[in-house]
Design a protein around this ligand. Structure first.
Ligand code: EPU
Length: 338
């Protein structure tokens, strides 16, 4: 039975821990409840679908309806000699899903340990970390079209995954609600320790026999050492995406800033770590009252407790402007600003 609540605080529903009120709020725990909610809603009212609230910056009260996805369940739906197909409902906590996969020996998501958020939010921005992106383990997803209540199954191709991108952030933005995701995982792990810090951490931990649990433990250790825990300090992970520039421009910058890092991409492009640009522009560890730039990772903007979303947005604009002025590179937010 769904309940339409009025004037609900969104503070517990966003990892930045920002105060903002939703005019209307409905949590749904079954597909039937979701369909019932969609029928109740005035189609003219603004709609915000929330999973774990780990990728949004709330800058004001939301004068519309918030739909909180609380669909739960994880099941093995198919297997062959080498693979398992695991269906997870969209409201499952991402990290708990990863832990369940590790417990069962289903390999492929261990590098994505400890990422805040839900299973349903993961494909929206093709979450990635330590050399793996969700698109690498994705099979398909089911989403409900908001306007019609119809189901649609999306293949990987239809999701149009890119770096922190999918069709749900571009052409289909605001049109679908993801209800479940199917992952194709391996029975025999293909360990991915290519991201330098993983191997170094495994060595430091004295790990001799590699396992998906060991990789997960190493990733957790790395993340805990440099990324703030949203339960303690409000944040939404990387605030900006790493920008891509032309190699020719990179060579020009390299002459002026010899230590500028870059990761080569196809087509004469190169990806620059936004963290480096922001640190060089002098922002790392800077605090402004209740908000700031995290001391261990400048890509993460933080709310120390009573921060305000509008102030974080303004800080982000200042950072963006100073990076553009110093390097001529435009960095764009990864986080959805509402
Ligand atoms: N760097 C600095 N100063 C710092 C930290 C990093 O200059 O304080 C530079 C260094 O050159 C370093 C480089 O940035 O080598 C890369 O840093 P890191 O390995 O921490 O990765 P990132 O590119 O900053 C990305 C993802 C993270 C993900 C890590 C690990 C984006 C926007 N962010 O960060 O994802 O955990 O790689 O794979 O792509 C998230 O999306 O919320 C997130 C945390």
């Amino acid at each position: 039975m769904i309940k339409l609540e009025q004037n609900v605080s969104l503070k517990p529903h966003n990892t930045f821990g920002l105060e903002a009120k939703a005019a209307h709020f409905i949590a749904f725990t079954t597909i039937e409840e979701l369909l019932e909610s969609l029928k109740m809603i005035d189609p003219k009212e603004p709609l915000l679908v929330l999973g774990g609230g780990s990728n949004i910056l709330l800058t004001q009260d939301f004068d519309g309806v918030v739909l909180k996805n609380e669909l739960k369940g994880i099941e093995l739906i198919d297997e062959d000699k080498k693979h398992v197909w695991i269906k997870a409902m969209a409201g499952e906590n991402w990290h708990e899903f990863v832990l369940k996969c590790i417990e069962n020996g289903w390999a492929g998501v261990e590098n994505l340990s400890l990422i805040p958020g839900t299973v349903g939010a993961a494909p929206m921005q093709n979450i990635g970390a330590y050399g793996v992106e969700i698109k690498d383990v994705f099979d398909s997803l089911v989403a409900v079209e908001i306007a019609t209540g119809q189901y649609h199954e999306f293949t990987s191709e239809e999701c149009e995954f890119g770096y922190r991108e999918s069709v749900f952030k571009t052409t289909l933005k605001g049109k679908y609600i993801i209800t479940s995701v199917v992952f194709k995982l391996d029975k025999t792990p293909k360990f991915n320790t290519s991201y330098g810090a993983i191997q170094a951490t495994l060595d430091e931990m004295g790990v001799k026999a590699l396992s998906i649990k060991a990789i997960s433990d190493a990733v957790i250790k790395i993340r805990q050492s440099k990324l703030p825990d949203p339960a303690k300090i409000g944040n939404s992970g990387s605030f900006f995406k790493n920008p891509t520039i032309d190699y020719i421009d990179y060579e020009g910058l390299k002459a002026e800033f010899p230590s500028i890092p870059g990761y080569k991409l196809p087509k004469q492009k190169i990806k620059i770590p936004a963290a480096w640009l922001i640190e060089q522009a002098g922002w790392k560890g800077k605090t402004f009252g209740e908000i700031g730039v995290h001391k261990n990772h400048p890509l993460v903007l933080v709310n120390y407790g009573n921060g305000n979303g509008e102030d974080i947005k303004n800080l982000a604009f200042e950072i963006k402007a100073s990076v553009a002025a110093k390097f001529g590179i435009v960095i764009t937010p990864e986080v959805n600003i509402i």
